[in-house]
Design a protein around this ligand. Structure first.
Ligand SMILES: Nc1ncnc2c1ncn2[C@@H]1O[C@H](COP(=O)(O)OP(=O)(O)OP(=O)(O)O)[C@@H](O)[C@H]1O
Length: 503
C-alpha cells in the first residue's frame, strides 16, 4: 500500500472542518448571502470562544473552513450541529496537492481499510476554477481502491462515500458528512418576544423562530411565584445555551397576580382563560414596544386546548395589534413532544406544572370578541401598564446553576403526622377537599401565618400542584416544614384510595 502523502498541508495538531451553509442561503442575492455568512461567522466565534475552543475561520467559495486544535475536535463536532444557518459539515481527513498522484495516494492510505469488504463510491467535486478533472479523479482513484481492496463500487447506495473536493488551494479528502441545524443564522431576522410558560409548546415554538433567524426575548406572565419562575427560566436557559449562540436573550418576568385578581372579579368564569391570554398578549406587546420587537411568538396549536379553538384564537388575536406568530399552529402534540425531546427542553417542560388557580369549571370553546370584551369592561387597563413597567428583566446568558437552585418543595407521600392544607380556590375546595384539610389560598397567607403553628409537617395540595408549590415555598421561607403534594389532586386522591374527580 502506498505510504501517506507527504503533501498533507494541515498542521499535525489541527483538525479542519468544512462548513456548508443552509442550501436556502445559497439561493439569496450575493449581498444578502454575504451578510448572512458574516453573521454566521460571528455566531460561531461567540460559541467557540464561550466554550474555550481556540480557532481560526475563513470563507471559501460559499463555504467556511474552520481550524481547531485536535484536542477540541470532539467538542467542536458536538457544538456545530446546533448552530443555525449551517446546512452540514465535514471533518477533513487530509489536504493534498492538486496532482493525481497525491490525491490517489492519499485516498488509498486514508480509506483502503475502511472500504475493505464494503460497497463504496468516490465523489469528486470542483470548487472554484478547474485545476484537475473530477471524472478522472473518480475513475482512477476509485479504480485503485477497488483493485487494492476488492471492494465493490456502488454509485447509488455506497456504504462508504469518499469525497474529494478539488480547490485552487489543494484537494480536500473526507468521508464524514454531518447534517447541520439548517435554518438561518441567529439574529439575521427581526426581533420578537416569545411568550413562554416553560411547557413543551412554547419552548418548541421559540426554537422554531430562533431557527428562522429571529432575535428573541422571552416573556413569562408569572401566575405562580418564584418556584415557577425558576423552572421556566431553567427551560429558557437550556434552550439558549444549546441553541442560542450569538444571541443576547433576556427573560422578562411579569407579575400576573393583580391581573388574575382583576379577571376573577370582573370576567365570567367561562371566559377566564380567554381574557387571561388576551392580557398576556397585551403585556407581550408592552414589552415588545420597550425593546423594539416586531412580533409576538406563542406555542398555540389549533384545537389543542379550549382556548385554542379557532373562534377563541380569533378573540385572543384581537387583543394584539402586533403580528402573533404561531409556528406550531398546524402541528400534532405528538410531533411537538418529539421536537421538544430533540431540542433538549422536554426533561424540564415535563416538570413545569400547569397553573391551576384560574381553571374554569366549563371553559368556553366558542367566543366572540364583543362578548369577551364586555366582561372586561370593569377591568383596569392601568394594571397591564404597571405589570409591564414593574417587570423583572434577567440577562439569560449570565444566569448560573446557583440562580436556578430550587428549595426542596415536593412530597411524594403523606407522612402519618402531617396536616393537610387545601390551597385551591374556594369553589374547588367546596366541591371536594381531603377529610380534615385546612383551607388557605395564596391570598390568605397572612392569616395562615397568624393561625397555623410552626411545629409539625404540612402537606399542601391543589388541582395540579402549582399553587401548592408556591405556598409551600412561602411557608418554608417563614420557617414552616411545608411541602407540596407532587401531582396535585389526582395523585392525592389515588393515595387516599379515591377515584379521580369530575370537574
Ligand atoms: N404563564 C405564561 N406566560 C407566558 N406565556 C404563556 C403562559 N401561559 C401560556 N403562555 C403562552 O400561551 C400559549 C398557549 O398556552 P396554553 O397554556 O393555552 O397551552 P399549552 O399547550 O399548554 O402551551 P405550553 O405547552 O407552551 O404551556 C403558550 O404556548 C405560551 O406561548
Amino acid at each position: 500500500m502506498p505510504s501517506a502523502p507527504s503533501s498533507i498541508a494541515l498542521p499535525a495538531e489541527t483538525t479542519r472542518f468544512l462548513l456548508r451553509l443552509s442550501p436556502e442561503i445559497l439561493l439569496k442575492s450575493q449581498q444578502v448571502r454575504r451578510q448572512f455568512q458574516e453573521t454566521l461567522r460571528r455566531n460561531l466565534r461567540t460559541i467557540l470562544t464561550r466554550e474555550g475552543v481556540e480557532h481560526t475561520m475563513r470563507h471559501y467559495h460559499g463555504r467556511m473552513m474552520l481550524d481547531v486544535p485536535k484536542a477540541m475536535r470532539a467538542r467542536t463536532r458536538d457544538l456545530l450541529p446546533k448552530v443555525f444557518g449551517l446546512g452540514s459539515f465535514s471533518v477533513i481527513d487530509a489536504q493534498v496537492d492538486n496532482t493525481m498522484e497525491a490525491i490517489t495516494s492519499a485516498m488509498v492510505s486514508l480509506y483502503a481499510d475502511a472500504i475493505r469488504g464494503k460497497r463504496f463510491a468516490v465523489l469528486a467535486k470542483r470548487i472554484g476554477p478547474r485545476v484537475i478533472s473530477t471524472r478522472e479523479v473518480q475513475y482512477i482513484g476509485g479504480g485503485m481502491l477497488k483493485d487494492l481492496t476488492g471492494a465493490t463500487v456502488d454509485l447509488d447506495h455506497p456504504e462508504v462515500l469518499v469525497r474529494v473536493d478539488i480547490t485552487e488551494e489543494g484537494t480536500y479528502l473526507f468521508c464524514d458528512r454531518v447534517e447541520g441545524a439548517g435554518g438561518l443564522p441567529a439574529g439575521t431576522q427581526g426581533k420578537v418576544v416569545s411568550l413562554v410558560s416553560g411547557g413543551f409548546d412554547s419552548m418548541v415554538a421559540s426554537w422554531q423562530m430562533m431557527r428562522r433567524g429571529a432575535r428573541m426575548d422571552f416573556v413569562l406572565c408569572n401566575l405562580a411565584g418564584a418556584s415557577a419562575e425558576r423552572m421556566v427560566l431553567q427551560a429558557v436557559k437550556v434552550l439558549c445555551t444549546l441553541w442560542g449562540g450569538g444571541l443576547q436573550p433576556r427573560f422578562h418576568v411579569v407579575d400576573f397576580q393583580p391581573l388574575l385578581a382583576d379577571i376573577r372579579t370582573h370576567q365570567k368564569q367561562s371566559y377566564w382563560q380567554i381574557t387571561l391570554k388576551r392580557l398576556m398578549y397585551r403585556v407581550a406587546e408592552g414589552v415588545a414596544a420597550d425593546i423594539h420587537a416586531g412580533a409576538i411568538v406563542t406555542g398555540e396549536a389549533l384545537g389543542q386546548v379550549s382556548s385554542q379553538t379557532l373562534a377563541n384564537l380569533v378573540t385572543i388575536d384581537a387583543a394584539a395589534s402586533l403580528p402573533v406568530l404561531r409556528p406550531l399552529i398546524g402541528m400534532d402534540k405528538k410531533d411537538i413532544m418529539t421536537q421538544a425531546r430533540y431540542i433538549g427542553t422536554a426533561p424540564i417542560s415535563e416538570h413545569v406544572p400547569e397553573y391551576c388557580g384560574i381553571t374554569p369549571t366549563k371553559p368556553a370553546t366558542t367566543s366572540t370578541v364583543e362578548r369577551v370584551a364586555q366582561g372586561e369592561v370593569g377591568m383596569d387597563p392601568a394594571l397591564v401598564d404597571a405589570a409591564v413597567r414593574d417587570r423583572k428583566v434577567i440577562d439569560v446568558n449570565t444566569v448560573t446553576a446557583a440562580d436556578l437552585r430550587t428549595p426542596y418543595l415536593w412530597a411524594d407521600s403523606l407522612p402519618e403526622d402531617a396536616r393537610l392544607i387545601d390551597c385551591q380556590p374556594p369553589e374547588f375546595y367546596r366541591h371536594w377537599h381531603a377529610p380534615g384539610a385546612l383551607h388557605y389560598t395564596v391570598e390568605d397567607l397572612k392569616r395562615l401565618y397568624k393561625e397555623v403553628p410552626k411545629d409539625g409537617t404540612y402537606i399542601l395540595y391543589c388541582h395540579r400542584g402549582v399553587l401548592s408549590a408556591v405556598m409551600a415555598e412561602h411557608m418554608q421561607q417563614r420557617g414552616y416544614a411545608a411541602y407540596a403534594y407532587r401531582g396535585g389532586l389526582t395523585s392525592l386522591r389515588t393515595e387516599l384510595g379515591l377515584d379521580d374527580l369530575e370537574f
